[in-house]
Design a protein around this ligand. Structure first.
Ligand code: C2E
Ligand code: CA
Ligand code: CA
Ligand code: CA
Length: 277
């Protein structure tokens, strides 16, 4: 027993060491990227299901290292959160999204831009002030900016979330509840939150065709959103049949690989022109 306990322990520490090393390497890369302009935003189109028109884009952050390889946010956002770098990263994302919105407007491309806000950032008292400063500095029409915050971040402390959301909304910015259906929403709380949109989590959308339970959840979310006067947005749409299904259910907006993967800004603009959207 002692033997195996010891070897398990050794195995465990090695794995921990490796993880710590990886996290440290990512932290160094992230610090460098923040300092030297090594971050990029890619944009994924959001389409209105009734008109078929482009209505917006979700900005998704990417990190490029010196060799030009891209590292995904699923890897470095947790590191940014653990090291406190998330505040700087979040500010950069907001400012860059506003700058891109302005650049596109000048080219005649108008799209609401959604940015993701980490739960940690969302709870920082300074966040709303910083956002207000970025909006004022960029001259963006605040109603063209949307904040995405996850359901779980908001439901953790509803009273606090309402206050924060009210402050954000008072800037004129839109608010979407991201990854909806995976957290533990109290339905009565949901109706008290100042929101504009529910984003149905992709885990349901991607299983729609093979899983009746995912259809049930998706339909319930759409009905709930409609009753609460919120837009409902499906993400993770990978097939035309899923798209048709969501449209038939009354889902308002859609996003997914079926339309396009997240694209660098120039490619996004080209995509919009080529599709005539
Ligand atoms: P999310 O906010 O739920 O973003 C959607 C993710 O799903 C994106 O992954 C997107 O590329 C991917 N996706 C979109 N359509 C499809 C589809 O049809 N099929 C599949 N399989 N995937 C699809 P990405 O870009 O790797 O981002 C992962 C997560 O990282 C995001 O999930 C978000 O939580 C976080 N993230 C991304 N950018 C930022 C940011 O600027 N700030 C913060 N705090 N978090 C971010
Ligand atoms: Ca999102
Ligand atoms: Ca999501
Ligand atoms: Ca609606």
């Amino acid at each position: 027993v002692k033997q195996s306990g010891r070897s398990n322990y050794q195995f465990y520490t090695t794995e921990l060491d490796e993880r710590a090393e990886l996290a440290h390497m990512l932290e160094v890369k992230l610090r460098t990227a923040l300092r030297d302009g090594g971050l990029r935003l890619h944009y994924q189109p959001v389409v209105d299901l009734k008109s078929g028109k482009l209505v917006g884009a979700e900005a998704l952050v990417r990190m490029e290292d010196k060799e030009g390889a891209a590292i995904g946010p699923d890897k470095f956002i947790p590191v940014a959160e653990a090291t406190g770098l998330i505040a700087d990263l979040g500010e950069w994302v907001a400012a860059e999204a506003c700058r891109q919105h302005d650049a596109w407007l000048r080219e005649g491309l108008s799209a609401t831009i959604a940015i993701n806000v980490s739960p940690l950032q969302f709870k920082q008292a300074s966040f709303t002030d910083k956002l207000a400063g970025i909006i004022a500095g960029s001259g963006i029409d605040p109603s063209c900016l949307e904040i995405e915050v996850t359901e779980s971040a908001v439901m953790e402390n509803v009273t606090e979330a309402i206050e924060i959301l009210q402050r954000i909304k008072s800037l004129g910015v839109k608010v979407a509840l991201d990854d909806f259906g995976t957290g533990y929403s109290s339905l009565s709380s949901l109706s008290t939150l100042p929101l504009d949109k529910l984003k149905v989590d992709q885990s349901f959308v991607r299983r729609l065709e093979r899983d009746p339970a995912s259809r049930a959840v998706t339909e319930a979310i759409i009905t709930l959103g409609q009753r609460l006067g919120l837009d409902v947005h499906g993400e993770g749409i990978e097939s035309e049949s899923t798209l048709r299904y969501l449209a038939a259910q009354g889902c308002d907006q859609a996003q997914g690989y079926w339309f396009s993967r997240p694209l660098p800004p120039e490619e996004f603009a080209r995509w919009v022109r080529e599709k005539g959207l």
